[in-house]
Every structure is written in structure tokens, then in C-alpha cells.
Design a protein around this ligand. Structure first.
Ligand code: AKB
Length: 317
């Protein structure tokens, strides 16, 4: 077990935070990883402790927390995703941008050694390359979430260049995990579909059956995050955010894979406003720069992921 790190995870109860907190605690020890989220401490089960209630928009509270603790690393995961962001653009912009700027500023002020902040494939837009979308090229996002992630990437690079802050980032694709619900994304269907399958219900998909999107199993996403954070700084040529790739599939393809394991499972397609968001994103991603710089390689294909999900899924309450 590695020593001498003290890590803060903001957004520790979210889709990524839940699993990242567990994995960081495995590596660095439970007491060296402080989980923070907006929910009151009393509502959070004991195995999530040490835990602190934190509203990341409370600048005074955030500064006090960082000033009083000598964090060596901060993972800032709190954000409003693509679909929720379109329902409330001003709030999405405020949360996604103001909180990032606070973290960057406070990390410089209190000498935090490393910061992780997630970007997303949502930085790409309708004019980006659709297949094997490269690390660099046209982005032009059309959602507030995507615009905030694109701007955030440049802020991270700016803080690295102007202040020497070691901030690292990846552009996550849609993430699939079994520990609970994602929240407000366009790729959430790829998690929801499993819950319908295990409950024996027909699934109503909010995207068309042939909408291919880049996706990744959470085990791969967590490993990618930690591999990037542990890579020697001199290996990293990208200080915006790394393209990251694992899978690309359509609703029909994942449905068929699940139906092999759950005979009789049914689906219907009723696209809503999220279809337009999905259509604006690339279908697959070129992550060769991440492979070259820090050896990134995914482990889960669609079949392996579906089997693992069905074995482990905890059905939504
Ligand atoms: C979303 O769908 O908004 C997210 C993402 C691709 O960043 N899962």
C-alpha cells in the first residue's frame, strides 16, 4: 500500500465517485481518502466513511476544507451531465465551471500536488469526425455540458502552463456500471437497460436502435483514471484531456447481447430530445495518444461487460 497521500474526492456518491473512492481506498488506505458529496452525513452508509458533506458551490466551505487539510490529490467529479444540463443550462454552466475554477485556484493556493477533473466525449459536436474521432480536431459542442467541458479543458491546460498545477483529465465516453444509477446523461440508457432486463420488464429506449456511441465499462474507466494519475508527468503530452476508448455499440447491439443471457427480454424505441444530443457526438474514438503516452488499453468488450453486469447488478431501489 502506498503511503503519504491524502486524497479528497468531490462527488464521491456519483456514478464514478462510488467506485473510484473504493479503488483509491484499496490503494492508499481508507483513512487517507476523504469522500465528499452534497448529501448529509447521516444519510450516508457507514462503509462510505470517512465522509464529509460538501456543497462544492460553497466557496468558503470549500476553501476551509482545503485549507485545513493537507490534501495531496483532489478528484473533482461533481457536474451536471448532458441531458440534465439541457433542462437547466444556467445551473449546469454555474456548477460545471465555477466549481472547477474554485478547485483549480485553491489547489494552487494550498499546493495540492495533483488534480483530476473529468472531461467527456461531449466536447465533440456535429462537425467532429464520426468514426475514430482524433485527439485533436473540430470540437464545437452543442450542449451546455459539452461547452462547459471544452472550456474546462482549456482552463486545466492554462493552470498547468501558468501555475504549474499538475491537473490531469480524460474524455470519458458513456460509462456503464452496476453500483447504482447514473444521473442525467444521454448514455444512461446503456445502464437503465440492464435494470429492466433483470426485473423482467420491457425496456423503453430513448434513443433510436441504430445510434452508435462510444462507451466504456466502469472497471476500465477507473483503471484508466488511476493509470493516468499515476503516470510520470513527463510522459504526458496532453494537458487538455485525453481521448479514451473501449467500446462502440448501438441500443440494438447491447439489447441483443443482453437478450442472449435473458431470454424473452423485450425492447421498444421511443426517441426523445436526447436523440439529437447523441447524434451530435462521435460514434467511436481514437485513443492512440493515451495508448502511446501512458499505455492505455481497455479490457472489456461488449460480451464480457454484459456478462459481468448481469452477474453483479444491484437493482435500483
Ligand atoms: C452523458 O451522457 O452526458 C455522459 C457523458 C458522455 O459525458 N455520460
Amino acid at each position: 500500500m502506498k503511503q503519504k497521500e491524502y486524497i479528497l474526492i468531490i462527488g464521491a456518491l456519483g456514478q464514478i465517485g462510488r467506485e473510484l473512492t473504493d479503488e483509491l481506498r484499496e490503494r492508499y488506505g481508507k483513512e487517507n481518502v476523504l469522500a465528499a458529496d452534497i448529501r448529509p452525513k447521516e444519510d450516508v452508509s457507514f462503509e462510505k466513511h470517512p465522509y464529509i458533506q460538501l456543497n462544492v458551490m460553497d466557496k468558503v466551505g470549500l476553501e476551509n476544507l482545503i485549507a485545513e487539510n493537507k490534501f495531496t490529490q483532489i478528484y473533482h467529479l461533481a457536474a451536471m451531465l448532458s441531458a440534465s444540463g439541457e433542462r437547466n443550462p444556467q445551473a449546469a454552466w454555474a456548477l460545471n465551471m465555477e466549481s472547477l475554477l474554485s478547485i483549480l485556484d485553491l489547489s494552487v493556493k494550498y499546493k495540492v500536488e495533483k488534480v483530476f477533473w473529468p472531461s467527456s466525449i461531449a466536447i465533440f459536436g456535429p462537425d467532429s469526425v464520426k468514426q475514430n474521432c482524433p485527439q485533436q480536431g473540430v470540437t464545437e459542442p452543442t450542449t451546455i455540458y459539452g461547452i462547459s467541458k471544452a472550456a474546462g479543458e482549456y482552463w486545466c491546460k492554462y493552470y498547468f502552463e501558468k501555475h504549474g498545477l499538475d491537473v490531469r483529465s480524460v474524455r470519458y465516453p458513456g460509462l456503464i456500471s452496476y453500483t447504482g444509477a447514473p444521473g442525467g446523461g444521454t448514455t444512461d440508457y446503456a445502464v437503465d437497460i440492464f435494470h429492466s432486463a433483470v426485473k423482467g420488464e420491457k425496456y423503453t429506449c430513448f434513443l433510436k436502435k441504430d445510434t452508435a456511441l462510444p462507451m466504456m465499462y466502469m472497471h476500465d474507466a477507473i483503471r484508466a483514471t488511476l493509470e493516468l494519475m499515476e503516470a510520470p508527468a513527463e510522459f504526458l503530452s496532453v494537458r487538455t484531456a485525453y481521448n479514451l476508448s473501449a467500446l462502440s455499440f448501438t441500443p440494438k447491439e447491447i439489447y441483443e447481447e443482453i437478450a442472449k443471457e435473458v431470454p424473452g427480454f423485450e425492447i421498444e424505441y421511443v426517441p426523445d430530445f436526447r436523440q439529437q444530443i447523441a447524434d451530435s457526438w462521435p460514434q467511436s474514438i481514437d485513443d492512440s495518444v493515451a495508448s502511446k503516452d501512458w499505455g492505455w488499453k481497455p479490457a472489456f468488450d461488449l460480451e464480457k461487460m454484459v456478462k459481468d453486469m448481469l452477474q453483479n447488478i444491484e437493482v435500483y431501489p
